[in-house]
Design a protein around this ligand. Structure first.
Ligand code: ZN
Length: 228
């Protein structure tokens, strides 16, 4: 939602619902963990009343453990924080699950998969950053593909693999083939005149290229994995 028109937030949510977007991904920035500042739980809570869509909060913040309760209260279904933050990751992942939300862990481009391996059993979602966190509109980093492949091998089909940054028609296919099953898209939807067309095109590329599309029997739809 970082790239949406905040002057017409309700309209944007309606357009995304019409386009059958499954998840609203909220990029929360604190001006400390990342240089920019975005929005917080108050905005998300207000939008919660407008839609039944799954809410995925991506906390790019220092001290995410101090803010967990407010994002749960705002109605977020999945809470993702950064491995690189100062949180005690195992404890916080457990706390998120205890609160009834899906527990997500995000990795910056410079963080290796090996570093988070011991935490994977505690994760419902792993978010691979394919750009540096904190800014919209950056180019996709191909090094994220190898990470997705490794993570797909290391996790079961019940773990959602999400990719965030530079996802567009020319990159989504590769990420889907590498094992991603949740695609965070900003500019490639919001900078187009027709969200229905943009999401439909992205969805069909991801479905054609995705390894999970070929194995529907063991694939859990993303929406049910993080359902309220
Ligand atoms: Zn994000």
């Amino acid at each position: 939602m970082l790239k949406c028109d905040f002057g017409n937030l309700q309209r944007e949510v309606e357009l995304l619902a019409q386009a059958k977007a499954q998840v609203l991904h909220w990029d929360v920035m604190d001006g400390h963990f990342v240089p920019n500042l975005s929005y917080g739980a108050m905005v998300i809570e207000r939008v919660r009343d407008m839609t039944e869509m799954v809410f995925d909060a991506h906390l790019m913040v220092t001290d995410p453990q101090d803010y967990l309760d407010s994002y749960i209260k705002a109605g977020c279904d999945a809470i993702t924080f950064h491995f690189e933050s100062n949180a005690e990751a195992a404890d916080l992942l457990k706390r998120i699950r205890d609160e009834g939300a899906a527990a997500g862990l995000a990795l910056n481009p410079g963080t290796s998969v090996d570093e988070i391996e011991p935490l994977l059993p505690l994760c419902d979602l792993v978010l691979v950053m394919s750009v540096q966190p904190g800014f919209g509109g950056q180019a996709f980093m191909p090094s994220s593909l190898e990470k997705l492949k490794r993570l797909r091998e290391m996790t079961g089909p019940e773990t959602v693999l999400s990719v965030d940054g530079g996802i567009a028609p020319d990159t989504i296919g590769d990420t889907s083939e590498a094992g991603a099953d949740l695609f965070v898209v900003g500019s490639a939807v919001f900078d187009t005149p027709n969200y229905v067309q943009a999401i439909s095109d992205l969805h069909s590329i991801a479905s054609q290229r995705g390894s999970r599309a070929a194995r529907p029997s063991d694939a859990e739809p993303v929406s049910s994995s993080v359902e309220r």
